[in-house]
Design a protein around this ligand. Structure first.
Ligand code: NAD
Length: 251
């Protein structure tokens, strides 16, 4: 018997108009959750995700907010609570990469990656916790990356932000475990999305050779783990950093 039944739960997935976030939104909705598909700029894509969820019999709505903008993020969470009367699941998925060697990295590329991937995630987590701690239940899943463990040439900003996500998730989990709230980090390997498309074109064979499973990951590979962590099957799992990478980080 599975406890992956999310009927009656309200979920927010940030940056869910495409890629891993869209797959997560679809899996959570298929399990019964009502999903807020957050997006920054691509309204059309977000509405297409909502339409796909509804066509499959699920419930979703699209809400715009740039998670690096404090006021917009506060308004998003206020809106979710006003429209749905609660929040049970938060998946901090929104992320950006601005790769470049550290020695020549521009301050703005460092700052943007930290602002979205770490500071924005931290603010969403805090806003969700205000509500979840009061009602003594909730689950937060934060998208990190195996680059948090391995570094990555040209990704000092991204690796630093994603390592911060793991550290934040562990610290937050300790602070809220006795309030019935769980916080975990997920560390994907190389997943085929728009974010990795250029690397795949330039060095796909080289990357593939380093993946023991012999294939790139799919957004749904990540979404399956996120769904599990959101479910009661993971009721005793908190403060963890779980990789989903076809064995890449085991080498
Ligand atoms: P993607 O670029 O396809 O999607 C990222 C989404 O986040 C986009 O919809 C984008 O619009 C949104 N976003 C970016 N900045 C935002 C902001 N300020 N506010 C709201 N939304 C914003 O990337 P993806 O591959 O689907 O990545 C999803 C998450 O998984 C990211 O956090 C990424 O760092 C992480 N990740 C991806 C991989 C991979 O191989 N693709 C590996 C490890 C971790």
């Amino acid at each position: 018997m599975t406890r992956e039944d999310l009927a009656g739960k309200i979920a927010v997935v940030t940056g869910a108009a495409r890629g891993i976030g869209a797959a997560i939104a679809q899996r959570l909705a298929a399990a019964g959750a009502t999903v807020v598909v957050n997006y920054r700029g691509s309204e059309e894509a977000a509405l297409a995700v909502v339409a796909a969820i509804e066509a499959a019999g699920g419930k979703a709505e699209a809400l715009q907010a740039d998670v690096s903008d404090a006021a917009a993020t506060e308004a998003l969470f206020k809106d979710v609570l006003a429209r749905h009367g609660g929040l049970d699941l938060l998946v901090n998925n929104a992320g950006v990469a601005k790769d470049g060697l550290l020695v020549t990295m521009r301050d703005r590329d460092w700052q943007r990656v930290l602002d979205v991937n770490l500071t924005g995630l931290q603010r969403c987590t805090r806003l969700a916790l205000h509500h979840m701690m009061q009602k003594r239940s909730g689950v937060i899943v934060n998208l990190s990356s195996i680059q948090a463990l391995r570094g990555g040439r040209g990704q000092a900003n991204y690796a630093a932000a994603k390592a911060g996500v793991v550290a934040l998730s562990r610290a937050a989990a300790l602070e809220v475990a006795d309030r019935g709230v769980r916080v975990n980090a997920v560390l994907p390997g190389f997943i085929e999305t728009d974010m990795t498309a250029m690397i795949q074109r330039r060095a796909g064979d080289e990357v593939l050779a380093r993946i023991p499973a012999g294939r790139f990951g799919t957004p749904d590979d990540v979404a399956g783990l996120v769904l599990f962590l959101c479910s009661d099957d993971a009721a005793y799992i908190t403060g963890q950093a779980l990789t989903v990478d076809g064995g890449m980080s085991a080498q």
